[in-house]
Design a protein around this ligand. Sequence first.
Ligand code: ADP
Ligand code: ZN
Ligand code: ZN
Length: 729
Amino acid sequence: MSILRLAIPSPLRISFDYLPPAALSSTELASLQPGCRVRVPFGRREMVGYLLAVLAETDIQANKLKPAIEVLDSVSFISPLMLQLCQWAATYYHHPLGEVIAAAFPAHLRQGKAHKPLGTAGWRLNGRGKGLPEGALNRSPKQARALSLLQREQSIAATTLSKEGISAAVLRTLLEKNLIERCTLKTHTAKGQSNPGLNLNDEQSAAVAAIQATLGGFHCHLLEGVTGSGKTEVYLRLIARCLEEGKQVLVLVPEIGLTPQTLDRFQARFQANIVSLHSGLAEGERYRAWEAAREGSAHIVIGTRSSIFAPLNRLGLIIVDEEHDNSYKQQDGFRYSARDIAVKRAHLEGCPVVLGSATPSLESIHNVNTGRYRHLQLQQRAGGAQLPTMAALDIRRQPLTAGFSSMLLAAIADTLQQGKQVLLFLNRRGYAPTLLCHDCGWLAQCRNCDARLTVHRRRGILRCHHCCASVALPTRCPDCHGPGVMTAGVGTEQAEDFLRLQYPDKPLYRVDSDSMRGKGSMQALVAELNKSKPCILLGTQMLTKGHHFPAVALVAVIDADAALFSADFRGEERMAQLLTQVAGRAGREGDPGQVLLQTHYPDHPTLQAVLTQPYSVHARAILAQRLELQLPPASSMLILRTDAADQQNGEQFLHEIRNQTRNALPPEATLIGPLPSPMQRRAGKFRNQLLLIAANRQAAQASASTLVSAAEKLPARRLNWTIDIDPLE
Ligand code: ADP
Ligand code: ZN
Ligand code: ZN
């Protein structure tokens, strides 16, 4: 007897055994590879599972075993190494293996559709057809002509044959006579010379040399380079070397907005096939990029988080740009860190991985300190540019208009006058974060969340930024019916309106997820900015990430206090990263830029540290505090979360888990909770959490297994629970 053991994308953390489909021959069975897709009955549905192994026996009773419906692939489209990576990720993140493997496939294949090779459909003679003597089909002139065309070429595109007047009917007849077969014509993507690029400075050269020396084996490098220090130049040099050696390179970037920009820069340098993979692509484009990576015609893959699972069989190097960025962590479903998986993947592939950032995460710095990662530093800006000067603008007792002090307005006017560009950072979308009634104190709150609704005046709505619910913007108070409704606080929409009135003759570009919807929006903006005309850029976090705006001379943070008081122990690290990154957009070419931070707390220690120390020094001071307090990265954390429509359910569930596992957890682990999650109600669900801190990773992993199996054994009671390993929030 043979048994197919499958991973199936379902919430159950087990594998599933099936009998082979009746139609499968024993030779087909013998040639099955792990990773092949198999369609099976699953409950009342059909599902696509992934073959893990063919076994001789199973613990399942024979009468309970069902036959699979169909084996979809004769070869696996996922390599043994990628399967191993998925297995590792499923174990480490305690997530069902079937869902992890599914993340490595494009939607098209996940849904069980046929694998389609790239290229154009064509025809060629088969063995019998090739053996036919000249003039064999002379009784049918049309068939004879098709034959003589096909005899001259290896293969011919279907469209070419049709242009030559060979009809589909003729081809069908030849197919029935078993003389020809279908084939796919590959579009040839030759790899040409790359441009030499800039002359590297000493720090860049040293970094390139150190990393190059490790090509061909696993090493993890942290490239810590101040903003504008030329990290991208270092990447490009390393990539050129890999391409020369016939290897492929995987480059991870944090945001979709950055992929086109990076893509342009790479395309200008290399005559190679560069594909991008991100969620903004249409399904067909995504599939083609994935397949180009897999079949090897793509030399460079640039992608966001999920492309860490892109199939590359000749991988020579992985680069994770802006490695500190939170968007590398998937925050729902399969909660993984693409950066951490990148390190594991490089380890399995036996290639180096470069984590680059001006503001590295404390985790990565800690890994340098403990000798796990190698450390490379770029302390100077490249090409002679200087780091900007930074200053706090004390706005206590200052009149503010739409959030702007007169000091800031003067600095903006001054910069524009000099023909330079201004970048204003305000991390709040919409017109205002709050709508209230001045007469009775009513507050516009979300019906589904413990959160206020944001005013979007242009669209005439109140919208919740957590559950996306929206209602029409009221003109009178819904409670007292008075006319006293007013907004409080400032969002980008309001700042935009004000700035347009203030500087009517200067172009203003608002950059947030409301205004930058289209695929090409960011690209068009970058092109516009590169013309270096005076203008104002106003935006959220989207503006801060890795962009290179050469003509920006003034950067201002309109509300630096917004980041100052965070309940998260990572708050200070985040703020230092954010402000350093925002500041890093100033003065990237030519004159040193200027950075102004509007604040009510100019003496706040975190703000002072950001103003007076480079990030590299500040970060190491925060790290020392973390180690003292035994917080990550000195320890390992995990969170078990619940969400339920009923307020009590989640808390009770977590209490039971806590009681049941009390004696089973390792002594190095401490449980905190159950507690309500911050913003307990979200999208109509009450959320609770049980947090665990363990002195080391092994203890955290052992605890996670114990907690997960306890959770799985408890009767299901109208709630969802999830586990988050190394949570970031
Ligand atoms: P980072 O990625 O570290 O922010 P970039 O690679 O974008 O920095 O480089 C910042 C600017 O410096 C770019 O305009 C780039 O062309 C320029 N640059 C980088 N390396 C050099 C170099 N060796 N010589 C001259 N200019 C350089
Ligand atoms: Zn009212
Ligand atoms: Zn809501």
